[in-house]
Ligand binder design. Sequence first.
Ligand code: GUN
Length: 291
Amino acid sequence: MTKSILDGRYVSNILYEKLKFKYEELVKIVGRKAGLAFIKVGNDKASTIYLNTKTKKCNEIGIYQETFTFDENITEEELIIEIRKLNENKNIDGILVQLPLPSHINYIKIMSEINPDKDVDGFHPENVGNLLFNDKGIYSCTPQGIMELLKFYKINVVGKDIVIIGRSNIVGKPMALMLINEGATVQVCNSKTKDLFHKVKQADILISATGVPRLIKSDCIKEGAVIIDVGISEFEGKLSGDVDFEDVYNNSRLSYISPVPGGVGPMTIYSLIKNTIRAFELNNIQLKKNM
Ligand code: GUN
């Protein structure tokens, strides 16, 4: 059996080429660039790194971006006022509040304040509801990127047994909904799941999003499995996914595996850019047409 790498860098670069063409046309019609506002509260190291990657990609694509940084002691009310200003700002098409937020701020309340048409993260309850109903909306970036990656490699999910490890609102839950909407059979596991590795061994497709480095070893991989690694953590001073890549790649009979880095990460960023361009189009062209 051949083993293949799900190469998120390669795939996203191909998809950007198509997207750029469409974006350039939109810029001509609207008469300005798309605008994306990033909100960062406090000084979380990982958040800063993630945001730098996102802003760099915006600059490369030609999306106007601005980062609004606030002290970690900002109140919920003050943050809501800032979001409302951006909701009204005609040059801003997308708003992204980097998570995690400090514990005194209710992030669900904050997500609910973002205009759903500018919610490029897909975290507003209206967009989550659209996903639940399998209706049009802006969907969460990481699961959307994974769906694109599977599609690119022509990996069919219909009728497949899929195991997701991790039940977060950002990855696990929206991932399960997207796969269910496509006709897959999905099990969502968590740290308290009984016989986790027994379940993993049944998976045609495994999606691991725990942040526990090298949790997944070769002895729990089904023959022919597709393995998607969403985890990013540090292990012995090196970046590591949830999957012990060397062991799993060399010692199991998998069919596809995504590496860390270079697998899911670039696809997440691609989805953010795609969502921003979609919001730019919807808010400036489609809405005008409907007036
Ligand atoms: N923190 C970790 N992942 C994400 C994400 O996809 N979006 C936001 N806003 N914050 C995050």
